[in-house]
Design a protein. Structure first.
Ligand code: HEM
Length: 505
């Protein structure tokens, strides 16, 4: 071998070493990113994560123990900064709210469903988001509107109670999650379109929106765009699903428009007065940067409400019922409170649940012990900034791992125990679930992007629990005790859905 060959090989080895080092060291360096597990060239930590064959939330649980309050994962070309510390979360979301209030770019498949980020949850921090969010808040969840629409919940809850009764009669038990999903979904569809539609159509919408959530979950090309050509089939499937979503929801929009503009209501499905349905407010909306919205945008914006409000609330009811079934003393205490406020057979009104502090404690303890989402939605900084002494570049995915806050024994005593009493006279007294003063539990997020419908979500949960416990005693199915194992299905749910036996009170 000639000297020159040796020189070239040496140079190549040095280059390879530098190249490997550049890719494998995640934190520090001139970029000053938070630390993180060493990755592989080009793919970063992606393969390591995939090889674990567990959902991301379970991997992050382990990584937090090693890397602490703030760390980086390089998932192919996507850089993720994961924030787990309550003080850093408060600093980012509340104290420096506007800086961290944006959303990262959407994947091509998500863009198909969001109509180019024309949805409250995915819009970047700016005028479009402001217009959509303000409209949502003033049109859907002001106290006057909530009161005006209380008949919708009354109707849906009556159907719910009849349905669980007949399911128990037929099967000997009730499946909690599927029933609650259907009921909440029917409420949200009626809030959006002002229409009472058949259970069959509600189930169809529910199933399409579930498929949308599945297909928009992160896939390989979202991390490695170079692979996009290999995933053409997925894009084709996504477009076909979008077509089905439009075919299913556009008729509801057209019927509503005919009702609003011409007073037409041929099959008598339109039941909300003009102006009381969410879609009515969208008909006249012209966001400054986007102009008038069309049917496709209406479908996106209404689907967002139905999807965002269904699984989150239904999951909470399921976990709450699990504890009521397995800890009869908690269920008895709750039942006594309901009887004290409305009587054994009294019709529970929405104002009544506000007079039930123990119910409030049960719901808060459920949201603490089983937050439906272990992360908030992905955030992004509007410009390069710093957090915890590290640089957070504009556009990277900032993920707030909020589940750790409520598992942290420095913040909560016996965090793994389910103790509603802690909210009456313990470490939960006076906790602010909006995280404005401090972050001790933030199931709805905090700051600019906090869930705009958190009080509506709590109302749905309260009403379902109060009605179900007033009418029936809930017991475990004999020889099939409930299983606490959790799994991820958009929210963190029971792996084996809760089944319970019900006895009329
Ligand atoms: C127990 C019930 C609920 C829980 C736990 C929950 C939780 C959340 C969380 C964690 C976020 C993300 C916050 C962030 O990214 O910082 C969010 C956003 C959102 N939620 Fe909820 N939610 C619930 C009910 C609802 C309901 C009933 C609706 C609609 C009727 C709704 C509509 C939305 C919307 C539109 C956003 C996007 C906000 C934005 O990006 O500005 N949520 N929710």
């Amino acid at each position: 071998m000639e000297l020159v060959d040796l020189f070239v090989i040496g140079l190549a080895l040095i280059f390879l070493r530098l190249w490997w080092r550049y890719w494998s060291v995640t934190g520090g360096g001139p970029k000053n990113l938070p630390p993180g597990p060493p990755g592989w060239p080009l793919v970063g930590n992606l393969i390591q994560v995939i090889l674990q064959r567990r959902h991301f939330i379970f991997i992050v649980r382990e990584l937090r123990k090693i890397y602490g309050p703030i760390f980086t994962l390089r998932m192919g070309q996507r850089t993720m900064v994961i924030v787990t510390d309550s003080r850093l979360i408060h600093e980012a979301l509340v104290q420096r709210g506007p800086t961290f209030a944006s959303r990262p770019p959407d994947s091509p498949i998500r863009l198909v469903f969001s109509m180019g980020k024309c949805a409250i949850n995915s819009a970047e921090y700016g005028p479009l988001w402001r217009t959509l969010r303000k409209n949502f808040v003033t049109e859907l969840i002001t106290p006057t509107r909530v009161k005006q629409c209380s008949w919708i919940r009354k109707w849906a809850l009556e159907n719910h109670m009849k349905r669980i009764k007949s399911e128990a009669f037929e099967n000997g038990f009730v499946e909690v999650m599927s029933n609650c999903r259907l009921t909440i979904c029917s409420i949200l569809i009626c809030l959006c379109f002002g229409a009472k539609i058949s259970e069959e159509r509600i189930k169809k919408i529910e199933s399409i929106l579930k498929d949308v959530m599945l297909i928009t979950s992160p896939q390989l090309p979202d991390f490695l765009p170079i692979l996009t050509p290999l995933f053409r089939r997925q894009m084709k499937e996504a477009k076909a699903l979008r077509k089905r979503q439009l075919e299913c929801l556009v008729p509801l929009i057209k019927n509503r428009r005919a009702f609003v503009e011409k007073g037409e209501n041929p099959n008598q499905e339109m039941v909300s007065p003009i102006g009381a349905a969410y879609i009515d407010s969208l008909f006249g909306l012209e966001p400054a940067t986007r102009g008038p919205l069309g049917e496709e945008e209406y479908v996106t914006l209404c689907s967002e409400v139905i999807s965002a409000g269904t699984d989150t609330s239904a999951t909470t009811v399921e976990w709450a019922m699990l504890h009521l079934v397995t800890k009869q003393e908690i269920q008895d205490k709750l039942y006594q409170e309901i009887v004290a406020v409305v009587g054994k057979n009294g019709d529970i009104q929405e104002e009544d649940v506000e007079k039930m502090p123990y119910l409030d404690a049960v719901v808060k303890e459920t949201l603490r012990r089983h937050p439906p989402g272990h992360f908030l939605l992905s955030h992004a900084a509007i410009k390069d900034t710093e957090l915890g002494g590290y640089t957070i570049p504009e556009g990277v995915f900032v993920e707030f791992y909020t589940a750790w806050i409520t598992e942290n024994p420095d913040i909560w005593s016996d965090p793994g125990e389910f103790q509603p009493e802690r909210f009456l006279h313990g470490d939960g007294v006076g906790v602010d679930v909006t995280g404005t003063r401090a972050v001790k539990m933030v199931p709805f997020g905090a700051g600019r992007r906090i869930c705009p419908a958190w009080s509506l979500g709590i109302l749905h949960i309260n009403m379902l629990l109060a009605k179900m416990v007033q009418a029936f005693k809930w017991l475990p199915v004999p020889d099939a005790p409930p299983d606490l194992t959790e799994t991820y299905a958009f929210t963190v749910v029971m792996k084996n859905p809760l089944r319970a036996v019900i006895l009329p009170r």
